[in-house]
Design a protein around this ligand. Structure first.
Ligand code: PRP
Ligand code: URA
Length: 207
């Protein structure tokens, strides 16, 4: 299921992110902000526990999240900056890393790193990557996590293409995708159109 978040603040930040003049330091800050706003949107799904607490005035019942139940999972490299934004909202969450890059000729994902906290089956995972293009990287990351026992996974991306959404929906129909924009499509190099270019290169100034 896809949720395209229609929010004027996200639209405003995404417009700045897309501009080719936006320098890496601003680009990173915008990615963090949008990731935090998407995490806030996903948070509408989370169950809370009600606990009796004392305010300075009187006791009351208040709702808490078990923050330690959450794992933020950036897909390296570009997901790292999104993870910073998600962790601003859920600072006690763990972080797990999946290293994947897209082969430049085949556009297929290549795995090079994996490190997760234990007991993934008991956790809620927020997989983050700014770009969902062909969907190869996200689908592979989700499959690797499911193979390690993960049961509850949300996928957060800033820009998605219809082809990537179709791939996730067909490979992983149980996954909910949260995105700031569904763009028009892909060009012949499998870059999202209009997109924002290469997210990793723009974040890390490697272009
Ligand atoms: C980008 C992006 C995604 C992937 C999306 O990463 O951050 O992980 O491409 O493309 P897909 O949906 O077609 O798989 P890239 O492979 O450029 O690696 P990087 O983050 O290391 O730059
Ligand atoms: N990866 C990116 O960084 N940008 C795209 O448009 C597609 C894949």
């Amino acid at each position: 299921m896809i949720h395209e978040i229609k929010n004027s603040i996200i639209k405003h930040k995404l417009a700045q992110l897309r501009r080719k003049e936006t320098p890496p330091q601003d680009f990173r800050a915008l990615v963090e902000d949008i990731a935090a706003l998407l995490t806030y949107e996903v948070g509408k799904n989370f169950e809370t526990q009600t606990i009796e607490i004392e305010t300075p005035i009187q006791s009351c019942r208040a709702e808490f999240l078990n923050e330690k139940n959450f794992v933020v999972v950036p897909i390296l490299r570009a997901g790292l900056t999104m993870a910073e934004g998600a962790l601003k909202i859920l600072p006690k969450a763990s972080t797990g890393h999946v290293g994947l890059y897209r082969d430049e000729k085949t556009f297929k994902p290549v795995k090079y790193y994996f490190k997760m906290p234990p007991r993934l089956d008991e956790k809620i995972l927020l997989v983050v990557d700014p770009m969902l293009a062909t969907g190869g990287s996200a689908s592979a990351a989700i499959q690797i996590l499911k193979d390690r026992g993960a049961k509850k996974i949300f996928f957060l991306c800033i820009i998605s293409a219809p082809r990537g959404i179709e791939k996730i929906s067909s490979d992983h129909p149980d996954i909910e995708i949260y995105t700031a924009s569904i763009d028009d499509g892909l060009n012949d190099k499998c870059y999202i159109v209009p997109g924002l270019g290469d997210a990793g290169d723009r974040i890390f100034a490697t272009d």
